[in-house]
Design a binder for this molecule. Structure first.
Ligand code: PRX
Length: 637
């Protein structure tokens, strides 16, 4: 497989970038010609950001799985598509060739059809990182069902909210999942969620951990039994459903500044073109390379750079079930050594936590196969960047710092490995087709260099969010209404003297904890579910490993009891309502919250207190009760 659109030098990058801005339609039409379409587009792009209404490759027909599987069979049929490394290094890994993967996806697509799933239906997938998760995702895409993958760490309540929002009738899950030394009872969590979701009529359960589960007659079926039925029926092939370029491919829920997660919708054609294009160019993938992205498929990084991008490029993608620190902190390095990994794409939080274990676990393994390192999810601090460069890359591997979002579908601002220069803690330059600008709070364009502002994008790119599921107005107000005719990212950003971009963090009420987005309102809603809580306010604060930690100020009804027990109770409530990832790191009981006379909580003040920046609090005299601030500072934890 060769990639006619691969950029090989800085000059080529400049030329491609210029062409993409002058003639975006011509540029993307030429990239898209390398893909397999059942019918070519009538128009490359139709768009307006007011509604918003964006259509890429209008009128084109395709199926993304034909691009990710069928078209590789002739040349790459016997090459590994997925290498699967289990949680426990003692268990056997699995190598799944493109031919095997095609076969398994077709079989499971027939299972879905046999269970009544049709084009356009929403299917919720709640599984651990097993190959069948990839198979389930691709099987949905094969028949045109819209997948909604939910990360295995989310609680029953979060799942129920997402199932209701998407009105998903089918769920695919596992009996349980392994994560390090833990076993997570996924099916039992699903059972709890489904109490609130009587509309779900089919649950397909894969056996992974042999955890005992209860199966509801008529609703719950076993994955293996269903496959056997398909085999008995001889239904091994499954022709791919013909999809419109703008038919939805998937929904992925992500946090925003309100309490309710948004179902970000991506469509088939543009998402396919952009994920594959960005994968090849940012990582400079060369056929035969082994690509290891350590994310979970429950997040956008896993969708775009474990599955669709790499498979679209005919790459070998490594999928890891476990965690970086089990059985020991050398797990990533051992995997790199064992499979001769060439590209390692991970998150700053993982790097920072591994740095804490010293060089012993690193030096026990040969990392000589590595060619490219990548970082995603949050700003990578200079110390982590240097550590990665010196100790993992041994000074010879370019590091790509990739900035993007669930809503952007693919990498937007990043250096290209070995092609454009890196600068520690900078995402650097936009990819071709991406036109970033900075604006001030009033929406005025900030020109020139060595300036900071709110990061917006001026022109659509193929994998831009199309809508938020079931609520298009929410998509408009969230992303397209703050500044007219611009997509607003919610991020603050600095542009240096040479035009390099450095993302400085969110400018809204969204936290970034270990590279995961968590809305402060969502956490507050969960805390307020605890019977003893009167009111709460949540802010972020700098955390050595997680990047940001969650600091909760809580007004509690009974502060005379055991405070530690109350704290644990609140933590458990948050875990039950959202999931363990949203548990506050610190809970401070307070007598009141700083509010304006109109009753608005002054989060800025709470943020400064959490950051120990007491001098920066400023004037508090206009508050309803200025004394609460002194009281909060006095009892700060
Ligand atoms: O604040 C930015 C941060 O993560 C946010 C997007 O989160 P999510 O949709 O969960 O997607 C994460 C993986 C793509 C952004 O608004 N972010 C992501 N990558 C970077 C980053 N901040 C700085 N540098 C990055 N490389």
């Amino acid at each position: 497989m060769s990639y006619p659109y691969q950029i090989r030098s800085q000059e080529e990058y400049k030329a491609a970038y210029e062409k993409s801005i002058k003639d975006p339609e011509g540029f993307w039409a030429s990239v898209a010609s390398s893909f397999l379409w059942r019918k070519r587009w009538e128009r490359v792009l139709e768009w307006n950001f007011e509604q918003p209404d964006v259509k890429w490759f209008k009128g084109a027909k395709l199926n993304i799985t034909e691009n990710c599987l069928d078209r590789h069979l002739g040349t790459l049929g016997n090459k590994p598509a997925i290498i699967w490394e289990p949680n426990d290094p003692e268990e056997h890994h699995r190598m799944i060739t493109y031919r095997d993967l095609h076969h398994k996806v077709c079989q499971f697509a027939n299972v879905l059809k046999n269970n009544g799933v049709k084009k356009g239906d929403r299917v919720c997938i709640y599984m651990g990182m097993v190959p069948e998760l990839a198979i389930a995702v691709l099987a949905c895409a094969r028949i045109g069902a819209i997948h909604s993958v939910i990360f295995g760490g989310f609680s029953a309540q979060s799942i129920a909210d997402r199932l209701k929002d998407a009105q998903a009738l089918t769920v695919i899950t596992c009996d349980g999942a392994y994560r390090g030394n833990k076993e997570i009872p996924l099916k039992s969590v699903i059972d709890d969620a489904l109490v609130q979701c009587p509309f779900v009529n089919k649950v397909i359960v894969l056996t992974r951990t042999h955890t005992p589960v209860s199966m509801l007659k008529g609703r719950d079926v076993w994955w293996d039994d269903e496959i056997r039925k398909i085999e008995t029926l001889g239904l091994n092939d499954c022709p791919a459903e013909e999809m419109d370029a703008e038919d939805p491919l998937f929904i992925l829920y992500t946090s925003g500044s309100t309490g309710k997660p948004k179902g970000v919708v991506h469509t088939c054609g543009g998402y396919m073109v952009y994920t594959t294009y960005s994968f090849v160019n940012v990582f400079q993938y060369t056929p035969g390379d082994i690509h290891f992205c350590t994310a979970d498929i429950g997040w956008i990084t896993g969708h775009s750079y474990i599955l669709y991008g790499p498979l679209g490029a005919g790459a070998t993608t490594l999928m890891f079930e476990g965690v970086p620190t089990w059985p020991d902190a050398g797990r990533f390095w051992q995997i790199v050594d064992e499979y001769k990994v060439n590209i390692l794409y991970t998150a700053p939080t993982a790097i920072r936590s591994l740095m804490g274990y010293g060089l012993g676990p690193v030096n026990a393994h040969n990392l000589g196969s590595l060619k490219v390192l990548g970082s995603v999810g949050e700003p990578i601090n200079e110390e982590a960047w240097q550590w990665l460069n010196e100790n993992i890359g041994k000074g010879k591997c370019p590091i790509v710092d990739t900035w993007w979002q669930t809503e952007t579908g693919g990498i937007m601002i990043s250096n290209m490995a070995g092609v454009t220069p890196a600068k520690p803690s900078y995402a650097t330059l936009p990819l071709p087709g991406i036109d970033p600008i900075l604006v001030d709070d009033a929406g005025k364009l900030i020109e020139g260099n060595d300036v900071s502002g709110n990061l917006c994008i001026r022109h659509p790119w193929p994998s831009i969010i199309r809508t938020t599921y079931g609520d298009h107005e929410r998509c408009r107000t969230n992303y397209f209404a703050t500044y007219p005719n611009l997509y607003f990212t919610g991020d603050g950003c600095y542009r240096d003297a040479n035009g390099n971009y450095r993302i400085t963090g969110r400018v809204d009420d969204v936290l970034n904890v270990s590279g995961h987005r968590i809305g402060t309102a969502e956490v507050e809603n969960a805390i307020n579910m605890h019977a003893g809580v009167i009111e709460s306010a949540v802010v972020g604060y700098p955390h050595d490993i997680k990047g940001q930690g969650i600091y909760a100020y809580v007004v509690f009804a009974n502060t005379h009891g055991n405070e530690n027990l109350s704290r644990q109770d609140i933590m458990q409530t948050v875990s039950r309502i959202i999931g363990p990832i949203a548990k506050p790191d610190k809970i401070q009981f307070v007598s009141g919250l700083p509010k304006t006379r109109s009753g608005k909580i002054m989060r800025r003040i709470l943020r400064k207190i959490a950051e120990n920046e007491f001098e920066a609090i400023g004037d508090t005299s206009t508050l309803l009760d200025p004394l609460v601030v002194d009281d909060i500072i006095k009892h700060k934890i």
